[in-house]
Structure formats: structure tokens, C-alpha cells
Design a protein around this ligand. Sequence first.
Ligand SMILES: NC(=O)c1ccc[n+]([C@@H]2O[C@H](COP(=O)([O-])OP(=O)(O)OC[C@H]3O[C@@H](n4cnc5c(N)ncnc54)[C@H](O)[C@@H]3O)[C@@H](O)[C@H]2O)c1
Length: 412
Amino acid sequence: MITGGVLLATSPWFSAFSEQQHTRGEKARIGIIGPGSRGQHLMGFLAANPKVEIVAVCDVFQPSIDAALAIAPAATAYTDYRKLLDDKAVDAVVITTPLYLHHRMALDAFDAGKHVFCEKAIAYSLEETHAIYQRYQQSGKVFFVGQQRLFDPRYIHAIEMVHSGEFGVVSGIRAFWHRNNDWRRPVPDTATDEQINWRLYSAYSKGIMTELACHQLQIGTWAMREIPDKVMGHGAITFWKEKREVYDNVSCIYQFDNGVKLNFDSVLSNKFYGLEEQILCNKGTIEPEKSKYYYEEIPPAPAFLQMLNDVENALFGSMPFAGTSWVPETANVNEGYYLLDRKPEGDGTSLMLEAFAEAVITRKQPPLIAEEGYYATQLCLLGHQAMVEERSLVFPDEFKLDYLNHKAPESL
Ligand SMILES: NC(=O)c1ccc[n+]([C@@H]2O[C@H](COP(=O)([O-])OP(=O)(O)OC[C@H]3O[C@@H](n4cnc5c(N)ncnc54)[C@H](O)[C@@H]3O)[C@@H](O)[C@H]2O)c1
């Protein structure tokens, strides 16, 4: 059972809600830049929040403007984001444009005195991401990144259990996100292909790493309370070979100081295992996406099952009658336990947006939240670079933050 206490203890960013009662009746006046697929999804939550007024929307694609106005009919519609930034009715912006546009838009938004929620990944390069973080710091404004797992009760509880030592020490993290589709959206004509399918082209996106990996790498560093020092990897286009420039098959190994590895894998031509972040500890395993945990030691298999195992592994004949001295390490089949005693409500997105609205109203940045987003982006970008350059890369010192970095909550 997850409680407010647990949430607050594990998630310093939940302090965003500490003035919730006093802010009753106040409103965060928000403008949406790029209300496409994700932006409309976020608008659904924002429109349902009585503390939010969606006062403006901006897009260069008329169908996106029409869809946005259907959700927020009173909003002023713009086609140039700088006009939206000039609008004095806007306190804060939500940036949900394609990745390559985040840098210019986020910098301009801070310069215009707006609070910023920017979808992940923060930006297209290490330099751009660092520049946005610095501008945020100079601005004194609120800065959130769309890393909703930080607000997902399954993940909060999972990490709380890891940090409590329940499962011993973390030995490794295996993150994977597999799909079986080409990620291509239908287009009205080929001239709009790059605009609509920006994810597939390297001028606009870094593909799997910036779209998927950043969510999962953040779980690894959250569990470890540490940033990995090094990364190596390999990426390729193995299946979806039609017009596309980003990898459809990647593997990256991130290495922490103590030798523990965070592995990230993704293929876009098999979805059997879906997605998960498996936190492997010496006394147990956690799979937060599945909302489950498993203890390492389960009761020994009945003798009959042990015999079947031996036969299956062709060991029976050669084994001494008194029993095996070597038991094959077949996968653990215990069913495990659920992390929560109820079905999870959503994936944290709605809570994250509520926290953003509260932070805009109180003008107070919750601790660590920008830094979590910052490192998630930098790590996915570094992994991408390691794959492109086909060499092992060390996290560059110039992009490290003076950051409390996942310290135990009691020391915050
Ligand atoms: N947190 C998550 O789980 C999650 C999920 C999906 C997408 N995202 C992120 O959201 C962002 C957007 O993804 P999407 O799938 O919604 O993309 P999308 O292509 O559906 O939407 C982008 C919108 O931006 C608009 N746009 C493009 N150029 C513009 C400009 N100059 N000014 C204003 N608007 C402009 C497009 O017309 C479109 O409506 C990406 O950064 C993506 O990684 C996050």
C-alpha cells in the first residue's frame, strides 16, 4: 500500500504539493507549444485540472490547432511560438514539439519570463541540453521535464524498496523496450513526411534513444543513486529498411563506478517481451512496469521437478545416484508479489502535470526534478553518440551538475 508518507519520503519532488491547500482558487495560466499527439494527451489532463487555465496554443499544423481548440476552446491560437511567448496572459508553457525544436523554444521561453514544462528528451545534443539547464538556473523559473515515471506510484514504491535495502544491493539493471512496428505515421502527401515522421530522421530526432531510452535510463540512475561513468553500444537498421535514418535495433551498456551495468536494449521488430526495467539485486528482483517483485530464494523444487530438470538437461544418466552436484540455473518461475495493492491509476503523467501547475502557482521549483530530467536526456544522448562513433564514451565533466544526485531522502 502506498501512502503519502512513502511518496514524500521517496520523492522530494512531491514537495510540489505541500502548499496545495493554500493555493486553492489560484490558477496556472498555461500555453501549449506544439499540441500534436503528446501535447493533446497532456492537454486532456490540464483541461481537467481546476487549477489550470489553458490560455493559448501554438502550432504550425492546422489539424493540431483544431484538435487543441476542441480541448481548450477559450485559448488564443497562434502559429508563431514567439507570439505566444509575448502573450502576457501566459505564465508557463508546455513544449511538446519535435525534439530538434525544444532548444530554441525553451531558451526563448525562459527569456520571456515563462515557467517551462518541456517534453523529454530535453534537447537534441549534450550542449543544447546543458544550455537549457543553465538558462533555467539563471531564470529562477520552474522547469519540469516529461519524465512521468518519477510520479508513478509503481516506480516510487519500487525504488523505495530498493533504497530500503529490502533486496540487498543492486547487481545490475536490464532495461528493454521492444515494439513491432515501424513507427511511421500515415501522411497526406510525401512532402509532409519528414514533418510528420520527424522521429525517423536524424536531423530531427535520435530515434529510440531520445524517444524511449531516456525514460528507462532515469530508472536505472534513480535506483542506483548514481550516474554511470561510461557507455558503449551498437545500433543498426536491421528490419525497417525503407526510408528511415534512425536505428531500429540498439543495445547500450552503461557502466557505474562500482562495475554494475545498466543495459538498455530495443528492437522494433519483436514485441514479445514489451518493455520493462528489471532491477536485479542479490536478494530479489523488481519489475516496476509489471508492478511486481520477486525474492531470490524460493522454496526448493520438489524432487520430481528436479528430476525433470535433470532429464531435460541430459544430466540424468551421468549423475551420481546420490543427487546432482550441479543444478542448472533455469529461470526463476516464482510468481512474485504485487508492488501495489490496487491497480495503478495512470502512469504518473497526470500527477506530474498537477505538480507542475502547483509549482507554477507557488513559483517554487521542487528539488531534483529538473536534474533527473537533465541526466536522463544527457545519458540517452551519450549512448546514441557512443553507437554512432562506435566507441566507449565517458560522461564529460563539463556536463556534470553540482547535484545532490539521488542521496538518501533523510540527507536532503
Ligand atoms: N513523456 C512521454 O511519455 C512522451 C510520449 C510521447 C511523446 N513525447 C514527446 O513529446 C514530444 C512530441 O511528440 P509527439 O509524438 O506529440 O509529436 P507530434 O509530431 O505528434 O507533435 C508535435 C507537434 O508540434 C508541432 N510543431 C512542429 N513545429 C512547430 C513549430 N515550429 N511551432 C509550433 N508547433 C510546431 C507539430 O505540427 C505537431 O502538432 C517529443 O519530444 C516526444 O519525445 C513524450
